[in-house]
Design a protein around this ligand. Structure first.
Ligand code: GDP
Length: 529
């Protein structure tokens, strides 16, 4: 198969949702279609099996959340599908944001009873900002939930999307009869048998066909006809270009647990979802079909085996082919590196691979060369944009609790920050270190990992900060800026990239500072132009 065909057959995407909406269940059912796993439950089982082999994963298991962002790949209808799993727990939102820089499209899962939830709002906003194509899957139709039209309204209003229903439910909850597929023009009857891998569909080109009445009963058939008329009047037709540009979002209904409506979702996804997209580097736009390799690190995973300190750096291939044992330029270090055992991911396994293509993810063993956001190329100096840091929500001083182990502590903090577990700020005034995290849970993870992986002990101390703002100013000699630095000295710090950061202790002080020093610009993410 040629290089172009290899690119065209890849679909790399992420599934995002609020916890419990059904992301794991849907992922599992999608894998079933690829024949990648034999039985339902395998995705979750796999998580538990892994956790039993290491202490660190044990705390995750106990908390019932997955800290890991893994890659699951399978072949379906000749397409190579790469699912980049994203942690749903809000404390690991930053992991998910970073993973979203590596996807070419996403599926958003929404619980029919709960509607749009907080975490969905945040993640969809990030996708909207980047014009990532999105398909919405409304899940748990076997349960009583909100009215379909109300939900579609809610999705439009709360998520700022322009939806196009591609399927429509016939009844709901106890009365759930099935789904009319507007995309394929057929009816799929719900039997509630979750063991069935693929449901049977009945082609009904015209909803006025009396066969529909026979299948679902006249009342439900009439309601469906009315609903479809309304859909026709209210929503635009599906527009592939608009979907791919991120301005229109197709919606499917179903029940992941019952494997119902999942095939429809997947079949449509295969048809419409974009192949690996071109990506903007600071220097230029890089096209996915360029033959020279380039890629970037979006995730670093600590080795699950505590005896081996090495880590796995997840690289998204943007262009060209990545080959085993070929030297590539690590742009930030200006160093050539070779990889003798790059991992590819298949189903829930990883294996060594010789050649990978745009859209694929390779896992590279790393002994500390990589940071999140690093670019690899065949020699060209390229920096991929789009992995900003956001202001953390929590801030604490980190103190050394074992004076004999200060070196280990320094190294541990350094490496954990490179992995993107949290953000480190060093206060300008006294050099004290402050750790900023998205969720409180990270402090426990950091403490645990410092102890178990680096043999270091730390303690924390509260540091009340409302928001971290990255500071920029046109002229560093501007008297206003010098005044700002003098007055706010106590609240100034450097991040790991040596960028100046203002740690505002309250909303009020942030607003006052903005008013008082208008020429000093405060940004809520680390990436700004
Ligand atoms: P995640 O946190 O988004 O990964 O959600 P899970 O996939 O773990 O699902 C959360 C819960 O919802 C589990 O108990 C699932 O069995 C259940 N669930 C998932 N899909 C459905 C569905 O279609 N119908 C019903 N009734 N329950 C579902």
């Amino acid at each position: 198969m040629g290089f172009q065909e290899e690119i065209a057959k890849r679909r790399t995407f992420g599934i995002i949702s609020h916890p419990d909406a059904g992301k794991t269940t849907l992922t599992e059912k999608l894998l079933l279609f690829g024949g990648a796993i034999q039985e339902a439950g395998a995705v979750k089982n796999n998580k538990i099996k892994k956790s039993a082999t290491s202490d660190f994963m044990e705390i995750e298991r106990q908390r019932g959340i997955s800290v890991a962002t893994s890659v699951l790949a399978f072949i379906y209808r000749d397409k190579k599908i790469n699912i980049l799993d994203t942690p749903g727990h809000k404390d690991f939102a930053e992991d998910t944001f970073r993973t979203l820089t590596a996807v070419d499209s996403v599926i958003v899962v929404i619980d029919v009873a709960k509607g749009v939830e907080e975490q969905t709002e945040k993640l969809v906003e990030v996708c909207r900002m980047r014009n990532i194509p999105m398909i919405v899957f409304i899940n748990k139709l076997d349960r009583e939930g909100k009215d379909a039209f109300d939900l579609l309204d809610e999705v439009e209003q709360k998520l700022g999307l322009s939806v196009v229903p591609m399927s429509f439910p016939i009844g709901m909850g106890y009365d759930f009869k099935g789904i009319y597929n507007l995309y394929e023009k057929n009816v799929n009857l719900f039997s509630g048998d979750s063991k069935k891998n693929i449901e049977e569909t009945i082609a009904i080109d015209d909803v006025n066909d009396p066969q529909l009445d026979e299948l679902v009963g006249s009342e439900a058939a009439d309601t469906l006809r009315e609903n479809l008329e309304l859909v026709d009047g209210v929503y635009p037709a599906f527009d592939l270009e608009a979907y791919r540009a991120g301005t229109q979002q197709p919606v499917f209904f179903g029940s992941a647990l019952n494997n119902f409506g999942v095939r429809e979702l997947l079949d449509c996804f295969i048809d419409i979802a974009p192949a690996p997209r071109d990506k903007m580097a600071e220097e230029r736009l890089v096209k996915s079909d360029e033959t020279k390799f380039s890629g970037f690190v979006f995730k670093i995973h600590a080795n699950m085996d505590p005896k081996h300190r090495d880590r796995l750096a997840f690289v998204k291939i943007v262009s060209g082919t990545f080959e085993r044992n070929k030297p590539y330029l690590h742009v930030r270090n200006n160093k050539k590196l070779k990889f003798s055992s790059p991992n590819a991911f298949f189903a829930e396994k990883k294996e060594i691979v010789d050649v990978s293509y745009p859209g694929d993810i390779v896992g590279l063993h790393d002994t500390g060369n990589f940071k999140i956001g690093d670019t690899l190329t065949e020699g060209e100096v390229l920096h991929y944009k789009g992995i900003p840091s956001f202001s953390p929500e929590h801030f604490r001083y980190i103190n050394n609790a074992d004076p004999m182990k200060s070196k280990q502590l320094g190294k541990g903090i350094d490496q954990l920050m490179d992995e993107g577990v949290a953000q480190l700020f060093t206060l300008e005034m006294n050099g004290r270190k402050v750790i900023g995290t998205v969720g409180a849970l990270q402090y426990e993870v950091i403490q645990y990992r410092l102890e178990h992986e680096y043999g270091a002990k730390c303690s924390y101390e509260n540091f009340p900060v409302h928001k971290a703002c990255w500071v920029s100013v046109e002229d560093e000699k501007n008297p206003e800026f010098l005044e700002f630095k003098r007055v706010k000295q106590k609240f100034l710090a450097k991040d790991k990239q040596n960028q100046l950061v203002f740690l505002a202790d309250s909303m009020f002080s942030l607003q006052m500072t903005q008013q008082k020093y208008p020429s000093v610009q405060l940004h809520f993410t680390s990436e700004f132009d």
